[in-house]
Design a protein around this ligand. Structure first.
Ligand code: NOJ
Length: 517
């Protein structure tokens, strides 16, 4: 855990194709991101995660990498990205790139070589069976497509063959043991990519499908962990301030092997999900929404706490388990929550331990739209639409023709925009800024400051938690509720109603209290 800057980090996630188009071709680009750095700074975000921006056929929005060391021409050049790092750093903003180690595109030159009949340097870079009649059991694969006599296994979509990090427990002759020479070559190749971008000035990586490197791993993912432990040692030696965040959501594994951070991902039925997205998207809004932050849900935070607390305690002191407003794979939180409900949800997300991640556009409450599939987005496409900057043409995203846009902008009359919300003191945008500023101003609210539940009860909408000396109180329901306090407090920050009389707090909304005297 070398990256000391994480303690006060607030991340902003940029989906590059939809952020800002600087050249009018309808697709967001790196010079566009550079132009918007001051906006990002104005939010209080001091770190970025950029979704993959590398050369790709874009069958999975860039998670199918064709050349790890080349910026996709539609986003600009490597020089543009290096300039972006410099401009970000000048403003005190760190930049994480997206590292995709589990698979490449089927168009990657390594894979093309691997498909050849004749044995070559890349024959074992991917996982092949020893004949096209030997089909892997229980693992998705492709057979009969390549000159080589064998089937290759897939990592995600059909276009994403799995890189060979080996098997924890090989059960067939074609399965190589994790740690065998060919798998070490794959590891070297990924390290080479990491070093390349760190030398150009990036500050670390978000690691895609981090827990899926080694197949048939042990229950505690010991072989996958061993790979990261080795990579971490190299980072500590050569780039000690570099940060890694895992897309894993098993913090007791990820934070044990060298990741600084893991995401608390939105998985159906899990604790985070119960707070934000506890509805069935297929019949929403007709069906019920039981999310804790939905004002009328009546839900308590017990399901969340039952999952969060043991994980928090397991990992505290080791690394950060990070909350997200959403990401490019989730529905946007504005799909089910109103701007007023989002204010309470964000109050919570930005005052919890870990480093919070704000997905672009969630600060203005951009909507989720049901849209046709784009670049392998399928139902995720609706969370990937262009950022809404201003009124007028393409809502300020692009000077291009509307038909040329990566995805259509929100056509609603009242589509939220940065411009409109900057002018409104009560906007979600200005509220988000205020909560982030509060976090920066109080070390007690930052990443590693202790967390303790002060009040939560089955059937109660109230959740109160200590962060260091401060007490945070949430009541997302409509009814004002009373909370008995253990000593005199003074309000430091409130949203909604929060009245103290003696040692009783009457609250509807959110408050941060500081001990008096
Ligand atoms: C997780 C990424 O977040 C998602 O967008 C992608 O499709 C898969 N990994 C495959 O790389």
């Amino acid at each position: 855990m070398a990256a000391t800057w994480l303690n006060d980090a607030v991340f902003y996630e940029i989906y590059p194709q939809s952020f800002f188009d600087s050249n009018g071709d309808g697709i967001g680009d790196i010079p566009g991101m550079t132009q918007k750095l001051d906006y990002i700074l104005s939010l209080g975000c001091n770190a970025l995660w950029i979704n993959p921006c590398f050369d790709s056929p874009f069958k999975d929005a860039g998670y199918d990498v064709r050349d790890y060391k080349k910026v996709a021409p539609r986003y600009g050049s490597n020089e543009d990205l290096i300039h972006f790092f410099r401009e970000a750093h000048r403003r005190g903003i760190r930049v994480l790139l997206d590292l995709v180690p589990c698979h490449t595109s089927e168009e990657h030159p390594w894979f093309r070589e691997s498909c050849r009949e004749a044995e070559n340097e890349y024959s074992h870079r991917y996982i092949w069976t020893d004949s096209c009649w030997t089909q892997p059991q229980g693992i998705p694969f492709v057979g009969g497509e390549a000159p080589r006599d064998g089937c290759y296994i897939l990592s995600f979509f059909k276009s994403q063959p799995a890189l060979n990090f080996g098997f924890g427990n090989p059960t067939a002759s074609w399965q190589q043991k994790a740690g065998s020479p060919a798998t070490l070559e794959t590891r070297e190749a990924i390290w080479d990519v990491m070093r390349f971008w760190l030398e150009q000035g990036c500050d670390g990586f978000r690691v895609d499908m981090a827990g899926a490197l080694v197949k048939a791993d042990t229950p505690d993912q010991a072989y996958t962990q061993a790979v990261y432990r080795d990579l971490r040692q190299r980072l500590d030696r050569d780039f000690p301030e570099a940060a890694l965040v895992a897309e894993w959501n098993v913090p007791k594994h990820s934070l044990n092997c060298g990741f600084d951070m893991d995401f608390y991902l939105s998985w159906a039925g899990n604790g985070y999900h119960s707070l934000m997205r506890n509805y069935d998207p297929a019949d929403y809004p007709a069906g019920p929404d039981r999310s804790y932050f939905k004002a009328d849900s009546g839900a308590d935070p017990m399901h969340f706490l039952a999952e969060y607390l043991p994980n928090y305690l397991d990992t505290c002191g080791k690394g950060l388990w990070c909350f997200i407003t959403g990401n490019h794979d989730t529905t946007r939180p504005r799909f089910n929550l109103t701007p007023e409900e989002l204010k309470i949800a964000y109050s919570f997300l930005f005052t919890m331990p870990g480093a919070p991640f704000l997905y672009y556009g969630d600060e203005i409450g951009m909507r989720y739209r049901r849209l046709p599939n784009k670049e392998g987005g399928f139902n995720r496409t609706g969370s990937r639409t262009p950022m809404q900057w201003t009124g007028g043409k393409n809502l300020g995203f692009s000077q291009g023709a509307p038909e040329a846009l990566y995805l259509p902008v929100d056509p609603a009359e009242d589509a939220p925009t940065v411009q409109a919300q900057e002018a409104d003191p009560n906007s979600l945008l200005n509220y988000t800024r205020a909560v982030i500023a509060l976090r920066h101003s109080r070390p007690d609210l930052q990443a590693r400051s202790p967390f303790q539940v002060y009040f939560a009860q089955p059937g109660s909408r109230l959740l109160a938690y200590r962060r260091g000396k401060l007490l945070c109180v949430v009541n997302p329901g409509r009814e004002t509720l009373a909370l008995e306090l253990d000593r005199p407090y003074a309000p430091l920050f409130t949203q909604g109603q929060a009245e103290l009389s003696g040692n009783t707090l009457a609250i509807q909304g959110f408050a941060v209290l500081t001990p008096r005297g």
